[in-house]
Design a binder for this molecule. Sequence first.
Ligand code: FES
Length: 98
Amino acid sequence: MHEISQNLHKAFVLVCENRRDDGRESCGVTEPGLRAAIKEAMKAAGLPVRVLSVSCMDRCKEGPTVAIMPMNVLYGDVHGCDVPELVTKMKEYLIGGL
Ligand code: FES
């Protein structure tokens, strides 16, 4: 293992896209296009962040769930209409420092 000296991204947005087909709540079923919408909005805003798909973050009943790292902030009940607010919050986090 070796450390990579320069990370190109200042922060990461982790979007739960877990899909369950057995009827239990799951973010990927509730809001299937969320990660793509967040990625596009962050890119349009010119923010140096990476938007990643992740599996269940164990907050299914509060989902769709999004985490902002390394700020370690979790958002629940996130829908497409919340994407502009996520961009605003990310700008505040980045200006405020890590
Ligand atoms: S399915 Fe998304 S947090 Fe569990």
